[in-house]
Each structure stands twice: as structure tokens, then as C-alpha cells.
Design a protein around this ligand. Structure first.
Ligand SMILES: O=P(O)(O)OC[C@H]1O[C@H](OP(=O)(O)OP(=O)(O)O)[C@H](O)[C@@H]1O
Ligand code: HPA
Length: 170
């Protein structure tokens, strides 16, 4: 398989800055603190870059879930760690690197909703339109079709996560 660049480093960083401004504008009249949840492992770089560019108070939390084998979703979500604090009355922003089948996000949202946050919003660096996942994403970076992406946190069998750009395997 050959690795090709889809969005170079500058394009990714500029997009994340733009998303950070959108997010800031959305929250600034609602709350003084965003409770951002990073979905590990894939969202690590997006999360870090995003919160560094949001000019308001952001509390961090992490969930670690996985469901992929190679390029296919197994459909079974394995939870490796979960949020420990109460989410009650918090302005929760779930930060995902990619929404593909939507299985991961659906699972996460289902549990987070039960914790009665004031609001539950979603930011995704990439939304894939291969399936109709049916989940409205509030803040989207890039929209792609049927292509398997790597880099900027996205992996293929744990490889390529640390590429500073988003590429695809052909
Ligand atoms: O919409 P879906 O089809 O569920 O795909 C999206 C999820 O898949 C990837 O995680 P993965 O399970 O590969 O774990 P990782 O984040 O540790 O790579 C990605 O980081 C998303 O969380
Ligand atoms: O395109 C992808 N790349 C890496 N991980 C993923 N998880 C869902 N879709 C993808």
C-alpha cells in the first residue's frame, strides 16, 4: 500500500484553529468553562491542538475506547478507561478524530447522556460520508468519502499516528 497526503500539516492546523474559533464563539455566552472529552487514542493530537487554540477555560477528560481491526469496524466497542468526574450540569464537548460508521460515538453519547450534562456537543476533525451514521456533528473539520485515513492520530494497525498530516493508504 502507498501512503498519499490528503491534507498537509498547515492545512490541518489552520482548520483546527478555525474550529477552535467557532467553538469559542458558540460557548462564550453560555458558560465560562467547557468540559472537553478526548476520545483516545486517535483524538490525542486533534484534542491537544484544539484546546490550545480555544481562548477560554477548558477542563480536560479522557475516555479510551477502541473497535477497529485493520480498516474495518468490529462493531464491538472495548472500553479501556472512562470519565471519572460527574458530568452533571457541565457543558460537555466530545472531541473525536473521525466519525466513520458512528458506532464509537453512538456508544459514547449513549452513556454520557445518562450523566445529565447541561449540554452535549461534538467536535470531529473528520466526518466520513461512507455510511449514513445519522449523528449530527456540531463542529466538523473535513468531510471525506470512502477512503481510509491515517496520520494526525489516525492509525492503521497502530501505525502512522504520529504523521503530522492526514494521508490515505492506496
Ligand atoms: O465511527 P467509527 O466507525 O466507530 O470509527 C471512529 C472511531 O474509530 C477510531 O478509533 P479506534 O477504534 O481505531 O481506536 P483508536 O482511537 O485507539 O485508534 C477513531 O479514533 C474513532 O474513535
Ligand atoms: O479512516 C480511518 N482511519 C483510521 N481510523 C479510523 N477509524 C474509523 N475510520 C478510520
Amino acid at each position: 500500500m502507498q501512503l498519499k497526503v490528503l491534507y498537509d500539516e498547515l492545512t490541518v492546523r489552520q482548520k483546527i484553529k478555525q474550529m477552535a474559533k467557532e467553538i469559542e464563539n458558540y460557548y462564550k455566552d453560555k458558560t465560562d468553562t467547557i468540559y472537553a472529552i478526548c476520545v483516545l487514542k486517535g483524538s490525542i493530537h486533534f484534542f491537544s491542538e484544539l484546546v490550545l487554540n480555544i481562548n477560554m477555560n477548558v477542563d480536560y477528560s479522557f475516555v479510551h475506547v477502541s473497535s477497529y481491526a485493520g480498516t474495518e469496524s468490529t462493531g464491538k466497542i472495548r472500553v479501556k478507561s472512562w470519565v471519572e468526574e460527574s458530568l452533571e450540569n457541565k457543558y460537555v464537548l466530545v472531541v473525536e478524530d473521525i466519525v466513520d460508521t458512528g458506532n464509537t460515538l453512538r456508544y459514547i453519547l449513549n452513556y454520557l447522556k445518562k450523566q445529565r450534562p447541561a449540554e452535549l456537543k461534538i467536535a470531529a476533525l473528520v466526518e466520513k460520508k461512507k455510511y449514513d451514521h445519522g449523528i449530527p456533528i456540531d463542529f466538523v473539520g473535513f468531510t471525506v468519502g470512502d477512503v481510509f485515513l491515517v496520520g494526525y492520530g489516525l492509525d492503521y494497525e497502530e501505525k502512522y499516528r504520529n504523521l503530522p498530516y492526514i494521508g490515505y493508504l492506496e
